[in-house]
Design a protein around this ligand. Structure first.
Ligand code: 13P
Length: 260
């Protein structure tokens, strides 16, 4: 992925059947011909991956799993391994999404094990972090980000900046319609870059891409992407509509490539 191109990732969560996902992918591939100035990543549910991969085959649009288990195989009913995601066409996987942490009670230890497991299977990782409202209100945002980054990346020997994206998704902004202000997001992104730089000194810490996620829509995208530390978006609800998703991508491309 080239350096200044915004990354516009879609997390569909538990939405869209495989058939609906294929239809979206077919529409996106035609639209994306005109939107070749951003890098698209789609994260459909596991059941749709293989078919959507087929629909995306001739495009540069990449595919992500929404979750994976850290084990290679075994008695883990309901889970998918990294190798299964790769075989279904994924280049990426989301790890540590706030719904995995807070709805499914995924532990720090689970998340810490998943990241090296994904990388060694050949997947690139979108590592999701973010504070809850009560943590922000108590002034603990930086402490939470520091904890999540240092815990979750503890088992990596170095920081593979080309294989790891961090997505800052404040929990209070996810699915609530309350988008972080550019100042709030900019401050958190700067803190994340500093924390990563301290933990992993050297160019890779400086180069890591950091996405913002949480109620991004076409009306909030321009002001957010103008912040220099924001390299793109991880979009939930607004990514379900192909026109809205493409509008956000077009806005990001215009702001970053034409104006920044
Ligand atoms: P919304 O865009 O629906 O707030 O979801 C954000 C998100 O959780 C993406 O991973």
């Amino acid at each position: 992925m080239s350096d200044r191109r915004p990354i516009i990732a879609a997390n569909w969560k538990m939405n869209k059947t495989p058939q609906e996902g294929v239809k979206f992918a077919e529409q996106l591939t035609t639209k994306a011909l005109n939107l070749g100035r951003v890098d698209f990543i789609l994260a459909p549910s596991a059941t749709g991956l293989f078919h959507i991969h087929g629909a995306l085959r001739d495009s540069a649009i990449e595919l992500a799993g929404q979750n994976m288990h850290f084990a290679e195989r075994g008695a883990y009913t309901g889970e998918n391994s990294a190798a299964m995601l790769v075989a279904s066409g994924c280049q990426w996987v989301l790890i540590g999404h706030s719904e995995r942490r807070h709805v499914f009670h995924e532990s720090d230890e689970d998340i810490r094990k998943k990241i090296p497991a994904a990388l060694s299977a050949g997947l690139k990782v979108i590592h999701c972090i973010g504070e809850r409202l009560e943590e922000r209100e108590k002034g603990r945002t930086r402490e939470i980000l520091q904890h999540q980054i240092s815990n979750d990346l503890a088992d990596l020997s170095g920081f593979p900046a080309d294989k790891l994206i961090i997505a800052y998704e404040p929990v209070w902004a996810i699915g609530t319609g309350v988008v972080a202000t550019p100042e709030q997001a900019g401050e958190a992104h700067a803190q994340i870059r500093e924390i990563v730089g301290q933990l992993f000194p050297g160019p890779s810490g400086e180069q890591v891409k950091i996405l913002y996620g949480g109620s991004v829509k076409s009306d909030s995208a321009a002001a957010l992407i103008r912040i220099p530390g924001i390299d793109g978006f991880l979009i939930g609800g607004a990514s379900l509509d192909v026109d809205e998703y493409c509008n956000i991508a077009e806005i990001a491309a215009t702001e970053v490539l034409d104006n920044r």
